[in-house]
Design a protein around this ligand. Sequence first.
Ligand code: DMJ
Length: 524
Amino acid sequence: MKPKIADAVVQPEVKGQKESIVGNQEEDEGIGAAGGELEVNEEKKTKGQSQDGADAGVDVQVQVPNMEDGVGPQNAQQKAVVEAFKHAWKGYKQYAWGHDELKPISKAASDWFGLGLTIIDSLDTMWIMGLMEEFEEARRWVEKDLVLKKNVDVNLFETTIRVLGGLLSAFHLSNDGLFLEKARELGDRLMPCFNSPSKIPYSDVNLDTGKAHPPRWGPDSTTSEVTSIQLEFRELSHQTGNDKYKNAVDEVMGHIQSLPKENGLIPIFVNARSGQFRAGATITVGARGDSYYEYLLKQWLQTGKTEDKLRDEYVTAIEGMQKNLVKSTAANGLKFIGELVRGSFSPKMDHLVCFLPGTLAIGHHNGLDASHLELAKELAKTCYQMYADMPTGLSPEIAYFNINNPGKPDIEVKNADTHNLLRPETVESLFYLYRLTGDKQYRDWGWKIFQAFEKYTKVQGGGYSSIGSVKDTKNPRFRDKMESFFLGETLKYLFLLFSDDPTLLSLDKYVFNTEAHPLPIWRP
Ligand code: DMJ
């Protein structure tokens, strides 16, 4: 019998000896910061790929998923999610193939970095859904058409979590060296970001020239961005045997760890020149703060729970949230996480915060305090309520919670915040909570959310679209954009939520990056 997907990835077939499969590409291409040859990790030999895409002939086998054994849909709900994926893919393939994202209403494409984001974000989703024809087609695109030497400025964080993470995850699932080779080239092209006076990376880099710079809109890097690239760069070092990627991101973490914080909570901006937090910047677990906390825990898990300092910082931060940011609504006692704006509490919570219940649940699964799981359950209920309270059954991007007046509704949504971008965070948390508690309520909630996506965001002919108003069932207003994370994260987490097999991407063997790309947990 072929191995299950979880086992297939962590224990790939190993043949042959350590072998260099790529030469010193950077000198040819003028990327100053990069250098050295790629060595395949001794523990994992792969199908090799030369620079022109030809098979380099390394003697190993590409993995094939076993459909009967946990990969591919196993029940009606999973089948429905796979159908949704196929519908999304159909629109993308027909109107936006090779571009970053589909505009499903105008039946056109949009580009952000020009890296085929939807294809790369979707690779591992297709693998676990058993969509092998689509996976092969996507692989051929990566082989023939993914050009990384490109005169385009990309955001370090977004490119790392979506593209580097997507490639590394596809490599683990398939054991196909093409993906590792592309990941290595991309890693090298992103490295110039770290050439800053403080070693806090610049936010953007030109993939061709290697010129890195702060964002166009301001002087500072975003704290969650510079602290949410570690899993991917560390894994790249782990697989290539070249420590330069890990060293660069560890230096960033070391620096952030050395900065003074209040109760483990961090301001959302940090300057790449001075290395200091921006004074008075907002403290939030939402936009620009979120995955800092997620990656503290997940880096500790990635290394097989060996870097306890990261765990301790995570625990301190959760205590800081409990003390400063967690409050309850006046009417129904819904717990939520607010923000500190110039030191004052604001009862505002982004949908982005809804990743936290899942992270808290994994922390508890790995030995952290029972209060973490309790908070996870309370917050998941609130996140679900952000959907259930809206006429469309879909959450707004941002909610305000009523903490003063028991006669008023728990949740208020401002006109500017009524949109829904097909985000994954709530279904992500529902997946973790179902997997770790077995409580079917989380599945029921996920099914309701899935049905609301089907009803209000599905576009005839192919694709799903973000909408302008979750309050208006008559006219939810398509915004004409299908984000790559809808296929990479939202549909993947829904598929996993409806899985009855806890060994499918076992949480004891994998840690998901913040774009839902599973990376292996290293054995200490
Ligand atoms: C994704 O790119 C990632 O989940 C990131 O951590 C937050 N934003 C989007 C999804 O909402």
